[in-house]
Design a protein around this ligand. Structure first.
Ligand code: NAD
Length: 415
């Protein structure tokens, strides 16, 4: 399997050609400043004790506190967490947020734990990380396999640790240490939908730029989780046609009708496969299916040198982090397939996390309308800046986004 951290390092190196950047500074940006490795014992329901390996990678904090999600997945590993944290640094810079990048993960299949075991593991992770996080230090959020409920448990466990260790953190600052929390625990309205919504804002801007009509465009989405589902729903509302979707059980193609019904079906059965009126396909077939826009919204390295020559889409919107390998990127560029990179396309989530953090620190509660309005503004600005950089340097959108981010961060490096 491709190493996502090496992929990140290869891609960031490309910016050296365009920026007059000191190679020593670029070297700093290639590595996380600190990686925390944890072994967390958890009492299981049958009385045994299981040890879970976990990480938090703090890539850099030159623009502000480390910021990034926590992933619960069996394939989590050091290299993945390092890469995800690095992409967060770049993403926050592209989105114009006062944050650096961080990412955490636990090697676990959350579907195989009971709710009580999941809660114990989440709380234990937050407790172990307590000395390393805080509203001005490192602010975690949800990612694959985690959600608002888990952020709620973590915030609560962090609050208990702050109290027991007599740490000087105020109550609103405790809330501001995690984002993506339940709304009744200081979470922001609109956070759950934010990543998908931000991606659709980018897509609409792109369609406008390319002078193409939304109604004409067929979309395939890989990964109908939090990000994929809201992207699908909001894209459908914006007039695009969703023709196929998938999850880890496989893909479906056909008339998907109302996505609300599909989501209910997935909640009840745990999978999209078997949804009435659709044909089952594999995830590989899905990626090379007939469409205008392909939206990977699951995991890394799914668009590879093997399938890139066969992709039929003309546009790829990377809602997942790191879905395209550098080799695939070159093939797609030669084939004139436009790739909207992850560090731009999926920045809506961290943008609304930033709004949540601000609301907590200022004791405010924004309306959903305000959150969505401000998100649209931020995503449009980010899109325009990347597009301008692309035109200026005559590069693809990914290189443009990296140039923009590296330039911003490099100016703030303190040695
Ligand atoms: P999620 O756990 O809610 O959903 C992931 C989905 O991917 C699930 O439906 C799962 O079944 C599916 N999946 C897993 N393996 C698959 C495979 N091999 N083929 C097809 N589908 C597969 O996670 P999420 O929060 O929606 O995150 C999805 C992606 O978006 C990740 O790359 C994540 O890092 C990125 N992302 C998430 C956020 C956020 O706010 N949650 C923000 C930015 C980026």
């Amino acid at each position: 399997m491709d190493n996502p951290f090496l992929n990140f390092q290869k891609t960031i190196q490309k910016t050296a050609k365009y920026l007059k950047i000191n190679p020593d500074i670029l070297e700093i940006l290639k590595w996380p400043q600190r990686v925390i490795e944890l072994n967390i014992p958890v009492k299981m329901d049958d009385g045994t004790i299981k040890l879970f390996k976990a990480f938090r990678s703090q890539h850099n904090n030159f623009l502000g506190p480390y910021k990034g999600g926590i992933r619960f997945h069996p394939q989590v590993c050091l290299e993945e967490v390092r890469a995800l944290s690095a992409w967060m640094s770049l993403k926050c810079a592209v989105a114009g947020l006062p944050y650096g990048g961080g990412k955490g993960g636990i090697i676990v299949d959350p579907k195989k734990l009971s709710q009580v075991e999941l809660e114990r593991l989440s709380r234990a992770y937050a407790k172990a990380l307590a000395p390393f996080i805080g509203p001005y230090t490192d602010v975690p959020a949800p990612d694959v396999g985690t959600d608002a409920k888990i952020m709620g448990w973590m915030t609560d466990a962090y609050a208990a640790e702050v109290k027991s260790k007599k740490l000087k953190v105020k109550s609103n600052e405790i809330l501001a240490t995690f984002t993506g929390k339940p709304v009744d625990m200081g979470g922001s309205l609109g956070r759950t939908e934010a990543t998908g919504r931000g991606g659709v804002f980018v897509l609409v801007e792109l369609a406008r730029k390319l002078k193409i009509k939304n109604e004409k465009l067929k979309i395939i989405i890989q990964g109908l989780g939090n990000v994929g589902f809201y992207f699908a729903k909001l894209a459908q509302e914006a007039g695009f046609k969703i023709v196929a979707v998938s999850d880890s059980s496989g893909g479906i193609i056909g008339d998907l009708g109302s996505l609300g019904n599909l989501s209910r079906f997935k909640r009840e059965t745990g999978r999209v496969v078997g949804y009435p009126g659709t044909k089952t396909i594999t995830n590989e077939e899905l990626l090379i299916g007939d469409c205008d826009i392909l939206v990977p919204a699951a995991l890394e390295n799914v668009i590879t040198a093997e399938n890139a020559p066969k992709i039929k889409a003309k546009i790829i919107i990377e809602m997942a982090n790191g879905p395209t390998t550098p080799e695939a990127d070159e093939i797609l560029a030669k084939r004139k397939i436009l790739v909207v990179p992850d560090i731009l396309a999926n920045a809506g989530g961290v943008t609304v996390s930033y709004f949540e953090w601000l609301q907590n620190l200022k004791n405010q509660k924004w309306t959903e309308e305000r959150v969505n309005r401000e998100l649209k503004k931020k995503m449009r600005q980010a899109f325009e800046s990347v597009w301008e950089t692309k035109e200026k340097f005559k590069v693809d959108l990914r290189t443009a986004a990296y140039i923009l981010a590296v330039d911003k961060i490099a100016k703030k490096v303190v040695v």
